[in-house]
Write a protein that binds this ligand. Structure first.
Ligand SMILES: [Zn+2]
Length: 337
């Protein structure tokens, strides 16, 4: 038997832990107490810190919002305040005069530059829409055939760069002013124009309308035979004539001839009022360089009331310009002032 155990038992009458163990228990107790205190303090600190962090997050969010506001302002005002590091690195676009236009096409940049160099009299706005519809190319070179899906559209561009396929015919033609043929929409609009003109004391009638490609073959051959140097200035080659669309009418007044229409009150009335019925005078003195035709005040083309009104309001001088700006591209919505 252990002698020390015997001694404890005799002193207390019951078992008592040795002193070393009691000391260890005390130390353990103190450690636990200290740990509880630490946890309590840390907990409070953590909660406090959490609150602080949340508060600072909200402040940061406010800062971000303010930063966004601050970032937005210079852009709206042309970004002429102190530049950020990003804008210090950004180089100004040397072609901004082109690329700022909504009808700019990046892949045509070389052609814009070439056309601009060849036509220093033209503003960049003019250069871009012209190149967009191939006006920079020589007439009858690199001709593009009009897609079948576009061929019957009211704003189909047919000119010395865009031609119909040899078998194209309008979907439907109806008679007007005798044996002349046009599309149904053209007939309806033309008859209102003609009747309103008559009510205003203006006498006009159709002298030519739809022409088939076969018919144009003979007509062009005749002009070319009679006047080989100038035929292209007033007669379209087969497939390139607007008369194939069924939306074009040549008008005559009391003289009964096309040339006799020039400079008459009938020509004046048509020029001022045709847009109201969805027609445009297709070849004017002002757009001769774009169309490649001498002016023809008798040749009107139905493009729809909306398009004709827009051309009138916007001062758009040719169907080529209209197609570049409103058919091939879509203008951005007007921003509220
Ligand atoms: Zn004509």
């Amino acid at each position: 038997m252990d002698g020390r155990r015997m001694r404890f038992e005799t002193t207390t009458g019951k078992r008592r832990a040795p002193r070393r163990i009691r000391l260890a228990r005390t130390v353990l107790f103190l450690i636990v107490v200290a740990a509880v205190i630490c946890v309590a303090i840390w907990g409070c600190g953590a909660v406090g810190k959490l609150i602080e962090e949340n508060a600072s997050d909200e402040t940061a969010n406010e800062d971000i919002v303010e930063d966004e506001d601050a970032a937005a302002s210079p852009n709206e005002e042309g970004n002429d305040s102190a530049p950020s590091s990003a804008s210090e690195e950004a180089q100004p676009d040397p072609y901004a005069r082109f690329s700022a236009l909504y009808y700019y096409e990046e892949e045509r940049l070389d052609r814009y530059l070439q056309y601009e160099a060849a036509h220093p009299e033209l503003a960049p706005e003019e250069v871009v829409w012209r190149v967009d519809v191939d006006i920079d190319k020589p007439f009858y070179e690199d001709v593009i055939e009009i897609a079948a899906s576009d061929a019957d559209s009211e704003q189909t561009l047919v000119n010395k760069h865009f031609k119909f396929s040899d078998d194209f015919e309008p979907a439907e033609l109806v008679q007007v002013d005798g044996d002349y043929r046009v599309t149904p929409g053209t007939k309806e609009a033309y008859e209102r124009l003609r009747d309103d003109a008559k009510a205003a004391g203006i006498s006009i009638r159709a002298a030519s309308a739809y022409r088939s490609i076969d018919y144009q073959v003979g007509l062009y051959a005749r002009y070319l035979n009679e006047d080989p140097d100038n035929a292209d200035n007033y007669s379209a080659r087969p497939g390139f004539s607007e008369h194939h669309t069924g939306r074009t009418i040549d008008l005559v007044g009391p003289s009964g001839t096309l040339r006799g229409f020039v400079g008459t009150k009938e020509a004046d009335w048509v020029r001022e009022n045709a847009w109201n019925y969805g027609f445009i005078v297709r070849y004017t003195v002002e757009n001769e360089d774009v169309t490649g035709y001498e002016s023809e005040p008798w040749h009107i083309t139905y493009i729809g009331k909306e398009a004709a009104a827009l051309m009138r309001v916007e001062g758009i001088g040719s169907l080529e310009e209209y197609v570049a700006k409103y058919v091939r591209h879509t203008p951005p919505p007007l921003s509220p002032q």
